[in-house]
Design a binder for this molecule. Structure first.
Ligand code: ADE
Length: 269
C-alpha cells in the first residue's frame, strides 16, 4: 500500500519512521512518502496562504500550491483513483470501521491543511482525480492535519498484512467487534494486595472467554453506552443478554435498547 502526505511541516511526520510503522516501511510492507508543500510554490516567498474572501479571522491555504502538489502524484495510467484524505474538524469522524475500509485501498494521499483550511475549490477540482474524503479525528480542533495523519496512518497501517507480528491481537482489541476491550493483567498475581480475578488463573478457556465478554459489555456500558446501542445482538448468548439486562438494556429484534429502570432481575425468555 502506498501513502503520500503533503504538509508544510514534514518534520511533524517523523514519528512514522519509528516502531511498527517504521519497521513496516523498512520491510517494504508499505510505502510512505512525505512531501513539503512549499516545494510546489512558485513565488519567492514560497507562500501557501492568503486572506479569506468575505473577511474573518485567520488565513486560507491558496489553491495553486495544492494543485501543483497533487498533480505531481497523479498517475494517469492507474486503473483506480487514489483516495485523497483531507483531515478537517468538518469531516466525517474517523473510527475503526473507517480504518478497515481505508486499509483496503491501494493508494492514500493526505493533504494536511493549516490555518483556517484549504480553498474549497481544491477539493472540488480534486474530485476529478481522487476520491475525496474530509475526515475528522474527533470533535475538537487541532492546529493542522498532521497529528490527525499520524493517528490515521498508524490505525490503517497496522491493519495491513504483516505489520502487526501477531494478527490475533487485532481480533480481540477495542472496537474490533464494536465494544471496548476487557481489562488485562500480568504477573504478579497479587500486587499491592490486589488479586488478578481467579477465573483468569483457572486455565478454563471457555470460562475466561465468557468472563472477558462480560467485562467488555460492562466497561462499554460504563464508558461508551452509545456503542452498546449500536451493537448487533444477533449472536448474543443468554449470559450476555442477562448482563445487558442487568446493565439496563433489553434485546429487541437483534438490537439493543436502553430500558427504563436498570438493575431489575433478568427475564427468563
Ligand atoms: N484539523 C484540525 N482539527 C482537526 C480534527 N479534529 N481532525 C482532523 N483534522 C483536523
Amino acid at each position: 500500500m502506498r501513502f503520500d502526505v503533503f504538509s508544510i511541516f514534514p518534520q511533524y511526520l517523523a514519528p512514522l519512521e519509528l516502531s511498527l510503522i517504521g519497521k513496516a516501511r523498512k520491510d517494504g510492507l508499505l510505502e510512505l512518502n512525505v512531501h513539503e508543500l512549499r516545494e510546489f510554490t512558485t513565488d519567492k516567498h514560497r507562500s501557501v496562504d492568503d486572506t479569506p474572501y468575505g473577511g474573518g479571522a485567520g488565513m486560507v491555504m491558496k489553491p495553486e500550491p495544492w494543485a501543483q502538489a497533487l498533480e505531481s502524484i497523479i498517475d494517469t495510467a492507474a486503473e483506480t483513483k487514489p483516495t485523497l484524505i483531507v483531515p478537517s474538524p468538518a469531516g466525517e469522524v474517523f473510527n475503526q470501521a473507517l480504518a478497515y475500509e481505508l486499509a483496503e485501498q491501494e493508494h492514500l494521499v493526505f493533504a494536511c491543511g493549516r490555518y483556517e483550511g484549504i480553498d474549497e475549490r481544491v477539493l472540488e477540482w480534486a474530485e476529478e482525480h481522487f476520491t475525496v474524503r474530509p475526515i475528522s479525528l474527533g470533535d475538537y480542533v487541532l492546529n493542522g492535519g498532521e497529528v490527525a495523519v499520524l493517528a490515521m496512518v498508524e490505525a490503517i497501517g497496522r491493519l495491513l498484512p504483516g505489520v502487526v507480528g501477531n494478527p490475533e491481537s487485532l481480533v480481540e482489541e477495542s472496537h474490533a467487534d464494536g465494544l471496548l476491550e476487557y481489562p488485562v493483567y500480568t504477573k504478579p498475581s497479587t500486587w499491592r494486595e490486589r488479586d488478578v480475578p481467579d477465573v483468569l488463573l483457572s486455565g478454563n478457556h471457555a470460562k475466561i472467554a465468557k468472563y472477558r465478554k462480560e467485562q467488555s459489555l460492562r466497561r462499554t456500558s460504563a464508558r461508551r453506552p452509545e456503542l452498546i446501542e449500536q451493537m448487533d445482538a444477533t449472536n448474543l448468548s443468554k449470559a450476555e443478554r442477562n448482563t445487558l439486562w442487568e446493565l439496563g438494556y433489553a434485546v429487541v429484534d437483534h438490537k439493543v435498547a436502553r430500558r427504563a429502570a436498570p438493575g431489575s432481575t433478568p427475564t427468563q425468555d
